[in-house]
Ligand binder design. Structure first.
Ligand code: 25A
Ligand code: L14
Length: 343
């Protein structure tokens, strides 16, 4: 008989937490016992798992007694407070927040890129930022063959990355605008800051808080995490992260400069097609390219608009799209859990 695990999902009622529960179900993860945890606001509600209603409980340290695997997605503060409590009680934590990603002893894992890091954990494994995950999955086959010198990325990020309340805000603002009634932004761009901007029919060049160097924290996460995941601090990365009125699915325009010259595009397409987790959608003659609405609900990273740079033999342009709640968060976390138990 295969071993079954006692699994906890922290932040289970959130945009990502709900998808974590779905992914455990869809992948038939060997769950013996599922513990759904959230804030006191959600305690007493239920979520479906394999056709049964599971009660949501308030996340407290004692709840982690006997838990073997804990998936966290309730924000950085909750992770800082509760992840060490879960580890203390013997759980392996797979954390989706920014709380531990850059800590040296914490592996930052995208299985298609650096699966081996998983087994160096000391109780906590970090799930990278969604925008970073989809980019490194697509860049990995190029890095393996040509080396990476520089990456310049602009993102077009969906509102679901900012949580369930931001999704509701896009819908409500859109309805108000279509009805001709006044719009009052309450969540975006950053829930904890006083200044708000309308997202419906708009593009907001701010995701997360500004840093002293003029980049936002989301942009700097892409810089630092890309270097850590590839284990190469010499890769030059610059990002501009933009929120657009898409519900789910982040899109990215990526310019990559490789160490070796870019070969024939047919060769590049073949490498990408054969890369794990990547699907090439690149038929301009049929107007086929990756789009957020097509990526929603899928686990893969979609790559298209593959073009050689017009001026640099080592330059390549890509359009990369993936479901930010799945490969960008819940699926990557469950995939790490699958690899963890496969050992
Ligand atoms: O602290 P931060 O870093 O600023 O975090 C900000 C928010 O970012 C999201 C997440 O929002 C988080 O709260 N987030 C974090 N990491 C993310 C990532 N990598 C990320 N988003 C995308 N990618 P969220 O709304 O998605 O999820 C919030 C979850 O965390 C639970 N929570 C909050 N405080 C907690 C806590 N759990 C334990 N202890 C605490 N102190 C939160 O529970 C939720 O599960 P909740 O009880 O507050 O749930 C809120 C209510 O919201 C409604 N709701 C949530 N999701 C949906 C929904 N309704 C419909 N559809 C949904 N998908 C429910 O009514 C629920 O009761
Ligand atoms: O760091 O608001 O994983 O779209 C990713 C989603 C931060 C917020 C992270 C968003 C989060 C981001």
């Amino acid at each position: 008989m295969t071993k079954k695990y006692r699994v906890a999902v922290v932040g289970a009622t959130g945009a990502v937490g709900r998808e974590m529960v779905h992914q455990l179900e869809e992948r038939n993860f060997p769950v013996g016992d599922l513990l759904l945890l959230a804030s006191s606001r959600s305690a007493g509600t239920t979520l479906e798992f394999h056709g049964e209603s599971v009660l949501v409980k308030e996340a407290t340290p004692d709840q982690f007694e006997g838990v073997e695997i804990a998936l966290f997605s309730a924000g950085g503060k909750v992770s800082k407070m509760l992840a060490p409590e879960a580890v203390k009680r013997g759980a392996v934590v797979i954390d989706n927040s920014n709380a531990f990603r850059m800590e040296e002893e914490v592996p930052l894992v995208v299985p298609e890129v650096n699966e081996g890091e998983i087994f160096k954990h000391k109780g906590i494994i970090a799930n990278p930022n969604c925008s970073t995950i989809q980019m490194v999955v697509a860049l990995k086959p190029l890095r393996d063959r040509l080396g990476l010198k520089r990456v310049i990325v602009s993102t077009y990020q969906a509102v679901s990355g900012a949580g369930a309340k931001a999704v509701a805000e896009l819908m409500e603002e859109s309805k108000a605008i279509l009805a001709g009634t006044p719009v009052e932004a309450k969540i975006l761009p950053v829930a904890s800051l006083p200044v708000k901007h309308q997202i419906a029919f708009n593009a907001i060049p701010q995701i997360d808080v500004f840093q002293e160097n003029g980049f936002t924290l989301e942009e700097m996460k892409m810089v630092r995490e890309t270097k850590k995941i590839f284990g190469d601090p010499s890769i030059q990365v610059a990002a501009t992260c933009v929120r657009i009125p898409v519900r789910t699915g982040h899109s990215e325009s990526v310019y990559v400069e490789t160490k070796e010259p870019i070969p024939d595009l047919a060769v590049v397409r073949k490498w990408l097609t054969e890369a794990p987790g990547v699907v090439v959608v690149d038929q301009p003659e049929e107007q086929r390219y990756p789009m957020a609405t097509d990526a929603e609900g899928k686990r893969e990273v979609f790559v298209g608009r593959i073009r050689k740079d017009l001026n640099n033999d080592n330059g390549l342009h890509l359009w990369i799209v993936s479901d930010n709640l799945l490969k960008g968060a819940a699926w990557n976390a469950v995939q790490i859990a699958e690899r963890l138990i496969a050992r």
